[in-house]
Design a protein around this ligand. Sequence first.
Ligand code: FAD
Ligand code: UDP
Length: 375
Amino acid sequence: MLPARAVTWDYLIVGAGFAGAVLAERLASQCGATCLVIDRRAHIAGNAHDRYDAAGVLVHDYGPHYFRTNSDRIVEYLSQFTEWHPVDYKILSWTGGQFWPFPINLNTFEQLVGHPATSEEMARALAEWRVPIAEPRNSEEVIVSQVGTKLYEMFFQNYTRKQWRRDPRDLDASVCGRIPIRLNRDDRYLSEKFQALPKDGYTVMFRKMLAHPKIEVRLGTDYRDARAQIAHRHLIFTGPIDEYFGHCFGPLPYRSLRFEPETLAQEFFQPAMQVNYPNDHAFTRIVEIKHATGQRIPVTTIVREYPQDFGPGREPYYPIPAPDARALYQRYAELGEREPGVSFVGRLATYRYYNMDQVVGMALAEFEKLRVPKS
Ligand code: FAD
Ligand code: UDP
């Protein structure tokens, strides 16, 4: 039952993911504000949600969530709610009938040339193979300008087409550019200085963040249905911004996914936590998160990830980092700036391909703005 109109919340927060949970926690604990957090899903933690499946394996429901950051401030903030399980996230790529160390590093190079090599030899080879492009403007240019077309075609071209249903030339350089290319033997997927998972999982961490007497959480509640009945002084919206404005300029493009889990009666299925399939199969990757969580259990659960178009009944997992999509988003952002009493925060509300730590940073920055009384 929703409360009578007479109850006025200081903040109505739409979305119990990182953006919504951080803001609720800060506003309640630092300002004593009353916060009602609603989410249309049946659980907290947004896309970072994890849980034990029927076989007892801790799984990430919406794709693997590898926490990493360079920000001490963000680690310090989240450490109030969790201890950490350090992980060097390692993945492999499967192509041409073999596993390859990925991202491209000296070990990948040695496998390609078929003999031991040094960083200097790798640097010389890449200098010969790379296509000279002073300022790469898209995801094809950013890779071929570093490693040339052969390695681009082996690892990036088809994965990217499958994932985004766009040619890499039609995506920002930052999409493929976020994958490091190394001349040494560092084969970790990510480069940030802090890489770890919440020790007891994301959902437990979120439960602690939201366990404040000034915070109430209502799940299975869609803002579109509930808004007329919830009186509030300020709205924090973390869902898709085009949906908020009734798609008045047309829908923003998103990419969706279908996750196909499979539980197997064996300790491990594959040699790494994630194997990418750039050139085989309709799925992009198989994730066996148990490698990262460190859980010891004689069964395992793997998840195949199939990219799909966004549409009715599907989740908008990825905003599309490309100039045309950004131009449309900009029109919504301008409306958002003029919307009184509303903050748009998070990956969907600001249409940014952001990682968890970046969303935490964005929410903490919004908190600083909200806590300063407007003059
Ligand atoms: P979300 O987590 O999407 O939360 C928004 C919430 O709002 C949702 O729960 C939604 O149900 C709710 N909502 C929306 N509209 C309404 C409405 N009208 N009414 C009520 N509720 C509503 N980041 C990393 O750092 N590392 C990774 O390895 C990583 N892997 C990822 C893999 C995949 C497949 C995906 C999709 C994302 C990944 N991310 C990763 C990104 C990470 O998920 C996001 O940065 C983060 O979860 C964003 O938090 P958020 O609060 O902005 O959004
Ligand atoms: N990518 C690729 N080949 C790979 C891995 C990544 O081409 O083996 C490209 C692809 O376009 C992908 C992007 O790099 O969408 C970012 O990869 P990441 O693994 O960071 O994607 P996410 O986990 O966000 O889906």
